[in-house]
Design a protein around this ligand. Structure first.
Ligand code: SPD
Length: 343
């Protein structure tokens, strides 16, 4: 385990011990999900429909989720990893198999988002929302075309850039720009990516995975590389914010719901999963967080302008999902952490 991974592990364990467990009751659902991803209206609707109180905690990266689960996963009944992180958790036996007899609404999912390599039989995971990671440009401030990672990280944009605070993402952009694979990572490919990342991080003003849209809306930065749902919200606010899938190709993610192996309230977790698969509930998720909705029946309820949002439903571009890369994940983490601290 790398030094930074060890630090995260210890921090996760301390956080787990410090959490306000007194507020939790045996029948509650303890949900651990991405920030700005599960609308409060959906949580409230679930409680109203079932009488089950939801204790909701958030995280900003898959790596944070995994280290916290390893440290004290029994505190959570439901988690929301991305596809590749779920693949890691399945390999590490951190997830419980789903009881599909309790998930009648699985039938609403589009076949485009099921049967994927992270969980081919859907034995452990259910798609929540999907999306991509792409370039967003304030076209009132940036007058030149920006269509590739290299065009984002130019000296003329120093201190005008926001990017996700996500080490795997940043390295994958460098690998893509070098024409190297993002899922077969070697010491050699990381050595090639290192000087690219070193130059790029010096140009960045804001690293933010929770709400990268904020720096763009405030005018603190003029362009960036963000989650597609963030770009979709920006587009809804003002059409000057354009979303571009980088020419080199982009990361596509499918975020899922899954039940930790040692969850105490698996029954409530199944109820929550089945609840969010209702088309009228899934539609509320799209309205608040306009990522790509994997629920075919919910899509039928979306307005034409929601379906026309180019960040939520891009019409072109090469997309590739991340896979479990084993121990190389900690090498990536160390590489970017080192370069950021030398910035
Ligand atoms: N604020 C919600 C962000 C969801 C991002 N999920 C994708 C992570 C892929 N690394």
């Amino acid at each position: 385990m790398s030094y930074s991974t060890q630090l995260r592990f210890v921090a996760g364990a301390l956080l787990a011990l410090a959490a306000p467990v007194a507020a939790r009751a045996a029948g509650d659902l303890n949900l651990f999900g991405w920030s700005e991803y599960v609308p409060q209206t959906v949580i409230d609707g679930f409680t109203k429909a079932t009488g089950i109180k939801v204790n909701f905690e958030t995280y900003s990266s898959n790596e944070e989720l995994i280290s916290k689960l390893v440290a004290g996963g029994g505190r959570y009944d439901l988690v929301q990893p991305s596809d590749y992180a779920a693949e890691v958790m399945i390999r590490q036996k951190l997830l419980a198999p789903l009881d599909k007899t309790k998930l009648a609404n699985l039938k609403n999912l589009s076949a485009d988002f099921t049967g994927r390599p992270h969980d081919p039989a859907g034995a452990f995971t259910v798609p929540y929302m999907a999306g991509s990671v792409g370039i967003v440009v304030n076209t009132e401030k940036v007058k030149v075309p920006v269509t590739s990672y290299r065009e984002v990280f130019q000296a003329q944009f120093q201190n005008r850039i926001v990017v996700l605070n996500d080490n795997r993402e940043i390295v994958s952009w460098a690998l893509k720009s070098l024409g190297l694979p993002i899922n077969t990572i070697t010491a050699d490919s990381l050595a090639k990516a290192r000087p690219v990342v070193a130059n790029w991080v010096k140009l960045v003003k804001v690293f933010d995975s929770d709400s990268p849209k904020t720096a763009l809306l405030n005018g603190d930065v003029d362009l960036g590389i963000v989650w597609s749902g963030e770009a979709a919200i920006l587009w809804n606010q003002h059409k000057k914010f354009r979303y571009v899938i980088p020419a080199e190709g982009a990361h596509q993610f499918i975020d899922v719901l899954a039940i930790p192996a040692n969850a105490k309230n698996k029954a409530a977790a199944h109820q929550f999963i089945n609840y969010i698969l209702r088309p009228e509930v899934s539609k509320l998720i799209s309205a608040a967080f306009p990522y790509t909705n994997p629920n075919a029946e919910a899509r039928k309820l979306l307005r034409a302008d929601e379906l026309a949002n180019p960040a939520s439903y891009p019409k072109e571009g090469k997309l590739e999902t991340f896979r479990d890369i084993g121990r190389m994940a900690s090498d990536i983490d160390r590489l970017v952490t080192d370069l950021k601290s030398a910035k």
